[in-house]
Design a protein around this ligand. Structure first.
Ligand SMILES: [Zn+2]
Length: 861
């Protein structure tokens, strides 16, 4: 169309006049007029239909008073909302959580918190706007720069909704609210499909406005709450999702929305310090010249002493927990005990009875999604996403915790093996990303689950009674509850805490009695299961640890001066206050640098402890067939134990491997008492010890040996046609190789090799050439001149391929020159060792190695 249609012309002239109206001088003039006769002007600007008042438009509606008055039409169910004049330009908090969802939709599951944000309600001509505020920056109000505090940062206009009617006398604006709540206006719910995701993967359809509906409205003076069911529809689908989805074309996700008044209280913000682990709101001070202009605010509850002068006082308002009425009866007492354990820590911070526990009555008129209640919740999900989950939501401007829940998965206290988790947990990579998105997702429950199954195997193999297993489960539940409650108090993980005791102390039942097994319940430490059964004491934490008490003191003590707080923080160098968080932990290959910061480990001598664990798993393997096949049952139990024992060995191997190229990290202040230098490489002795342990217990030709006749019984139970997915026979060699290559993934990771070389400059005595020679020897020396069994053939070939990849693979450029040179050197050494010796299979294997190396070397530039 070349000529302008009359309609287009009309629109054009409309914009012209609008832009004239909005020219700076006009806006200024308008503002002045507005100031003079404010009420008069505002009555005119909305231009509502004069004949329709709020009363007219809400005639057929039910009125619900609260923070924002809501009207719901009794015929159509549609919503209207009233904004009063004194609510304009004020800040509110928005928070949402999933009431119910499905894992298929990408971890959209019951109880997951979606974060909180600050928004303002503004009026623009005849519209009401909902604007997300940027809370990430601070400007000193005294600094002239604060006048430009909105420069180059964006607020977010979530909605701009037409005013339907205006009540001049009361100063009320009526807007339609369906678009606010029945669309993804306040928060994004459906995750976008990832680039490159398979077209065969499950996908939510489009949001259906006609099928989506309001499920409940709960309006209170301080908050307006809405439960909404969003329906995502698609006429046809490739993948119908799991059994959790009844109809893949129509998937419901239920969401709780809460609009809250900005707290106006005497809450005091508290700044973060890297020596202790609190969740934070990260805020940059834009007017500071510091190299670390951080004003990060820790998450904490607004605990105030009833009697401010008393050394120990009850709080004005305790942190009250409700045990959801879905909770199995047999666990209620233990759960209560777990919550109340934290009172020990609060007492040291000056508070008596800071934590309180109640049970939700079966006929309660509130449900666990109600933000006014902190609830310990139970679910038994089709596809459990977490071990436990202890989310809290905060005022983004202050870090004040406003509410919290704890989600617990029943499955972790059963004997159901989650095979995929068994493999993932050894590395965690597959699960890493969603966890990183929400640091409050916690996999402790699934770690405990595996440990419990291992404990079960140990206990039943050694003929202990059911009472012993009962005791272990109770201790684990207590530990899990203390851990998840710790999250809701603002604490994040402390993966270094397991350094507190020696293996000997853990094997001393009298010494360990009544204690936390580590410095903190916030670790993912292994259960204390002794190989020598006569030395078995307590299995898990039965108390909060010394770090936990200190951290609560740092976060909650009502300090009179900053010096008092600093004095307490300076106790970080005490061994029992040792701390390292998830970002510092070494659970994934190549990640982080301090081997003390790890999951699934135990004691201040993890190498000795891990070798012991491998020994215990090997002991059990020898008699597994006799101990775990029960008359009258199928062989699923035996199969389960076989995989559990191997996973234990693999986990221990990973822990050991982290010492090679490891660097201990300390985060002390300059001049702090007992401060140590930040970086200290692991001693040569310990690195060599780790290398030897891997060589003997993980890479050795007999490392994954089991009695041959065991394999005949590793039968999976048939259910319908479940073997369509793949043949059912146990994949013994690929399991062993998978575990071995996980260790090699770390040892030959570009980060590890680079660090070995760099740290030679500051104290590392295990040179890259010595390490790589030792590794080559560990994988070849024992059998390369004779017969090589299938386990070792697999390992040798996989390792050789990794060396080749260091030179010519897609990640080759990530390796340093000296690492590549050592890879080439090792390949040539292997080439020389791999002669035509041994039986036919061994000869074939060695010929394969030679061919591989010859071809690879030609590619090396
Ligand atoms: Zn956790």
């Amino acid at each position: 169309m070349t000529s302008k249609s009359p309609k287009a012309l009309y629109i054009f002239s409309f914009f012209l006049s609008l832009s004239l109206l909005l020219s700076p001088s006009n806006v200024e003039a308008q503002r002045k007029r507005k100031d003079k006769k404010k009420d008069d002007v505002e009555a005119k600007t909305p231009a509502p239909k004069k004949d329709k008042s709020i009363a007219d438009l809400t005639k057929s509606s039910k009125k619900m008073d609260g923070l924002f008055t809501i009207y719901q039409d009794t015929i159509t169910g549609s919503l209207k909302m009233v904004i009063s004049k004194d609510q304009l330009d004020k800040e509110y908090i928005y928070f949402s959580q999933i009431a119910d969802g499905v894992m298929d939709a990408g971890r959209i599951i019951r109880g997951s918190y979606r974060g909180s944000k600050v928004f303002k309600v503004q009026k623009y001509f005849n519209k009401i706007e909902f604007i997300t505020q940027n809370t990430s920056f601070y400007f000193d109000p005294e600094n002239p720069l604060s006048k430009s505090k909105d420069a180059n940062m964006s607020e977010g206009n979530m909605a701009s909704i037409k005013i339907e009617a205006f009540d001049e006398d009361k100063g009320l604006y009526l807007i339609e609210a369906d678009d606010l709540f029945l669309a993804e206006t306040l928060s994004q719910i459906k995750s976008p499909s990832r680039p490159g995701s398979s077209p065969m993967s499950f996908k939510l359809g489009s949001l259906s406005k006609s099928k989506s509906k309001i499920l409940a409205i709960k309006n209170y003076p301080e908050n307006t709450n809405m439960e909404v069911e969003y329906v995502y529809s698609s006429p046809s689908i490739l993948n119908g999702g799991s059994n959790a989805v009844a109809d893949g074309r129509n998937v419901s996700i239920k969401v709780f929305h809460s609009l809250m008044e900005m707290p106006d209280n005497d809450y005091e913000v508290r700044f973060d310090d890297q020596r202790v682990g609190f969740f934070t709101e990260q805020i940059d001070d834009q007017t500071s010249t510091s190299s670390t202009p951080f004003r990060d605010l820790i998450h904490r509850w607004n605990l105030k002493k009833k009697d401010p002068n008393a050394e120990i006082s009850e709080p004005v308002k305790p942190i009250t927990w409700w045990i959801e009425n879905t909770t199995p009866y047999e666990w209620r007492e233990t759960i209560k005990e777990g919550v109340l354990q934290w009172n020990k820590a609060f007492e040291k911070a000056g508070f008596k009875n800071a934590m309180a526990v109640k049970v939700q009555p079966d006929d309660a008129d509130w449900d666990a999604g109600d933000i006014r209640y902190n609830v310990l919740r139970w679910v038994s999900s089709p596809d459990p996403a977490y071990g436990g989950y202890g989310p809290s939501f905060v005022n983004p401007k202050t870090g004040e915790i406003l509410g919290a829940d704890i989600m617990l998965e029943f499955v972790h206290f059963t004997n159901r093996v989650l095979y995929d988790k068994l493999y993932n947990n050894v590395g965690m990579e597959a699960d890493e990303e969603p966890i990183m998105n929400d640091m409050k997702f916690c996999s402790l429950g699934s770690e405990i689950h595996q440990e419990l199954m291992f404990a079960d195997a140990v206990v039943s193999a050694t003929g202990a009674d059911d009472f012993e297993m009962e005791k272990i489960r109770k201790q684990s539940m207590l530990a899990l509850i203390m851990h998840e409650v710790g999250h809701t108090l603002g604490l994040y993980h402390n993966m270094k805490a397991s350094q507190l005791f020696s293996p000997e102390q853990l094997e001393d039942p009298e010494f360990i009695k009544g204690k936390c097994l580590t410095a903190s319940v916030m670790d993912y430490a292994a259960l204390n299961i002794t190989r020598d059964r006569s030395k078995q004491g307590q299995y898990d934490d039965v108390s909060v640890g010394p770090y936990d008490i200190w951290a609560i003191r740092c976060g909650y003590t009502p300090f009179k001066t900053e010096a008092e707080r600093q004095a307490l923080l300076s106790e970080s160098t005490k061994p029992e206050h040792i701390f390292g968080n998830d970002a510092d932990d070494m659970r994934s290959p190549g990640k982080a640098i301090d081997p003390r910061v790890n999951t699934g480990d135990q004691s201040n001598d993890q190498i000795t402890w891990s070798v012991d664990r491998i020994g215990l798993a090997n002991d059990l393997m020898k008699t597994a067939k006799e101990n775990f096949s029960k008359e009258g049952e199928f062989y699923e139990e035996l199969r389960r134990v076989f995989y559990i024992l191997n996973a234990q060995k693999a986990g221990a191997a990973n822990t050991i491997s982290r010492f090679i190229g490891g660097v201990y990290v300390n985060r002390d202040l300059v001049g702090q008492e007992n401060a140590t230098q930040p970086y200290t490489p692991v001693s040569l002795e310990d690195q060599k010890r780790a290398m030897k342990a891997l060589s003997d217990h993980i890479f050795a030709p007999d490392a994954f040996d089991a009695p041959n006749d065991l394999y005949n019984y590793l039968a999976q139970e048939r259910r319908g046609f479940n073997f369509f997915r793949g043949p059912e026979d146990p994949k013994i060699h690929s399991m062993a190789l998978g575990y071995q290559t996980r260790v090699l993934d770390h040892l030959l990771h570009p980060n590890t090799l680079q660090r070995i070389t760099d740290s030679e400059l500051y104290g590392n005595a295990y040179s890259l050439s010595s390490f790589m020679t030792d590794l080559n020897d560990a994988i070849f020396k024992k059998d390369i001149y004779g017969n090589v069994n299938d386990f070792r053939q697999n390992l040798q070939l996989a390792y050789t391929n990794m060396l080749v990849d260091m030179l010519t693979g897609k990640d080759a450029e990530k390796y340093t020159y000296n690492a590549k040179s050592m890879a080439l050197y090792n390949l040539k050494t292997i080439r020389n060792m791999a002669g035509s010796t041994g039986n036919i299979a061994s000869k074939a294997h060695k010929q394969h190695l030679r061919t591989l190396i010859d071809n690879a070397i030609k590619e090396v530039k």
